[in-house]
Design a protein. Structure first.
Length: 406
């Protein structure tokens, strides 16, 4: 346990700080903007995140697997790749905004210039994937943690400052744009500072892509399938219900988000362990860390949930309590089993994770269609949690199967 705390203290501290900042940000923005504006912003962010996740999310894993002196691949190749993928994602996002403007009541014409700037800035945010992968490869988790904290603090300061100046959707998106530009530029600076010179192998970009393409497409398929329940929930609600209901759901989702920061904190440590120590004992982490943490979180959310909602938001958001508890179940199950994905990645079985995410997506789509008319926001929350549980059960089965054959 002492070794675990020593090795993860920076990651835990950084993600704990990020979780607190995230909750403060939700509290301030929800109170100032109200459910309707908060809901519309959620739809803009969901569409943009979906398009960019399709091509760039988890590309840090590619950097982790292929960068370094032994591979004779420097980070310039990854920067070129992320720039190209970012331009494609930008074009796709703007097309979606044009095509679905009336259907989702986006008021795109009113906010078009700001939205275009916001979406373009996401190209720079792609570069943070290179940063995460490279410094996980180096094992420099302290700098990884400082980067995470620094950029999140920057985002918080920008958003809060801008909406205090003017509580509008435009100001919120401008603040996010500055955060994305800054995060990307900082990523470039630190990577180039720490990267060791690699003798030029004469590798051309086409040859580089051919080298990584198998892993790249496996991860892209995995993320394309997984993006469905992650962001489609907001789009489903936006299609069936008004922005007020979307705002309630997004608020509930944000209250559960601190749980995500826990497994984000443990993930670089776990990947580094598995890369150097394949047969790591997961039972220690589960029994001594994850289960006690889950019990504590359940107690806090169940008995203090309504107070949390009124304190962070307002009485307007009290109907977020039930969807919050429903999503708590799925997120805690994910926390308890988060390591299964990393084990599959390191053992070149990421497609098993992809199949699990496909089951997750299918479960979500089927249940959300069946439940949204009768249960509204709660129906989508149920679909999210059940989908997560189905996915992780499949992944666990795959992990135990691989362990038996090794």
């Amino acid at each position: 346990m002492k070794n675990f705390l020593r090795e993860t203290k920076e990651l835990i501290a950084s993600q704990g700080t990020i979780a607190i900042i995230a909750i403060l940000q939700v509290s301030i923005t929800a109170k100032i903007l109200g459910p309707s504006k908060y809901g519309l912003i959620a739809i803009y962010i969901a569409i943009t995140a979906t398009a960019f996740r399709l091509l760039s999310s988890r590309n840090s894993d590619i950097v982790l697997l292929y960068t370094g002196e032994e591979k004779k691949i420097n980070t310039n190749y990854f920067f070129k790749l992320e720039s190209l993928l970012g331009i494609i994602s930008f074009s796709l996002t703007i097309f979606i905004f044009f095509a679905f403007d009336n259907y989702l009541n986006l008021s795109f014409n009113q906010y078009s210039l700001v939205i275009i700037i916001f979406v373009f800035s996401r190209i720079f945010l792609n570069f943070t994937e290179i940063f995460k992968g490279y410094f996980t490869h180096l094992g420099n988790l302290k700098l990884f943690s400082y980067f995470e904290i620094g950029t999140i603090v920057l985002r918080f300061v920008l958003i809060v400052s801008f909406i205090f100046l003017s509580p509008t959707i435009e100001m919120y998106l401008i603040a996010l744009s500055i955060y994305s530009f800054a995060s990307g530029i900082i990523s470039i600076i630190f990577i180039k500072k720490y990267e060791k010179p690699i003798i030029d192998s004469g590798l051309k970009f086409k040859e580089f892509f051919y080298l990584i393409k198998d892993s790249f497409f496996k991860i892209r398929i995995d993320q394309a399938i997984g993006v469905v329940p992650i962001n489609l929930d907001i789009l489903v609600l936006g299609s069936y219900l008004d922005t007020f209901s979307v705002g309630l759901y997004q608020f509930a989702k944000k209250l559960i988000e601190p749980i995500n920061y826990l497994y984000v904190a443990y993930s670089p440590w776990m990947l580094n362990k598995l890369k150097n120590e394949n047969e790591y004992n997961f039972s220690f982490l589960t029994k001594n860390v994850l289960i006690p943490t889950s019990i504590l979180l359940t107690t806090l959310y169940v008995f203090g949930g309504e107070l949390l909602i009124t304190t962070i938001g307002s009485k307007d958001f009290l109907n977020s309590y039930q969807p919050m508890l429903i999503m708590l179940i799925g997120n805690l199950f994910f926390l308890l089993t988060f390591w299964s994905r990393h084990y599959l990645l390191i053992n070149n079985e990421i497609l098993a994770h992809t199949k699990g995410r496909l089951l997750n997506s299918l479960t979500f789509v089927i249940l959300s269609i069946l439940l949204i008319d009768e249960f509204s926001v709660n129906g989508v929350a149920i679909a999210i949690s059940v989908g997560i549980i189905v996915q992780k059960l499949f992944e666990l089965n795959s992990v135990f199967r691989i362990k038996k054959t090794n």
